[in-house]
Ligand binder design. Structure first.
Ligand code: SAM
Length: 218
């Protein structure tokens, strides 16, 4: 990864350790020549810089979806709340200005496209096969499973699904990302990489836009 983009990613606000960021970048480079990359959960743009660096190298685009109002765990009183990200007039989280600044400072505005809205709403109208899908949106049961059901069908055959914060041991973190990782395995995805809490799985069957299910489908 180019030094300037690595420095921008490391400087950005977010929750991604350096090694997982490097892993994300590498998977993006592998996938990027086959089609676009899409992230669910932009937050302040840290992971989008890793993916954007891969998009620049491979000539593709990253779409990154977020309503920018924060997940449950980002709200006041929760573990990952950052009061500097609250719009004082609205009294609501607003990570969009920081996200835009991160991407502008990294010089990645041509490669990274912010899609602002609820994940399920955007997915309902999405029709493009994805070379890489990175799920890092809401970590509660309902949002994680909804993201899985909404977006995973759009992973192209041969494309990669990345899931963040997969913790097999419940003492290490919440269950829903682990549950959707298990769903992907049950649905016939092959595990192709692990780094920290990040899992990479490849779609080996079916057609994009059709539900993912057992290996015999498609
Ligand atoms: C863990 S943060 C993403 C971190 C980011 N990928 C990074 O590594 O820098 C999760 C993000 O998902 C967003 N989010 C949660 N539920 C969502 C939903 N239903 N639709 C759109 N965005 C959502 C939140 O606003 C939050 O910014």
């Amino acid at each position: 990864m180019p030094d300037d983009l690595l420095a921008a990613a490391r400087a950005a606000k977010g929750f991604m350790p350096d090694a997982e960021g490097a892993f994300l970048f590498e998977r993006g480079v592998e996938a990027g020549r086959s089609g676009p990359l899409l992230e669910v959960g932009s937050y302040c743009g840290k992971s989008a810089v890793y993916l954007g660096a891969a998009a620049r190298l491979t000539g593709t685009t990253v779409f990154t979806v977020d309503h920018h109002r924060g997940s449950e765990e980002n709200q006041a009183g929760w573990e990952h709340h950052d009061p500097t990200l609250v719009d004082p007039d609205l009294g609501l989280m607003d990570t969009l200005p920081v996200f835009r600044r991160t991407i502008a400072d990294a010089g990645l505005e041509d490669e990274v496209v912010a899609v602002v809205g609820r994940s399920v709403t955007v997915a309902r109208h999405w029709r493009t096969p994805l070379a890489l899908l990175f799920i890092d949106g809401g970590h509660g049961e309902e949002p994680a499973h909804t993201d899985y059901e909404s977006w995973v069908p759009w992973v192209d055959r041969g494309g990669v699904l990345l899931i963040h914060d997969v913790f097999p041991d419940p003492r290490d973190g919440g269950r829903p990302p682990y549950e959707i990782y298990l769903r992907a395995l049950e649905d016939g995805f092959d595990e192709v990489g692990v780094c920290g809490s990040m899992r990479a799985l490849r779609r080996v069957d079916g057609q994009p836009g059709t539900p993912v299910s057992a290996r015999t489908s498609g």
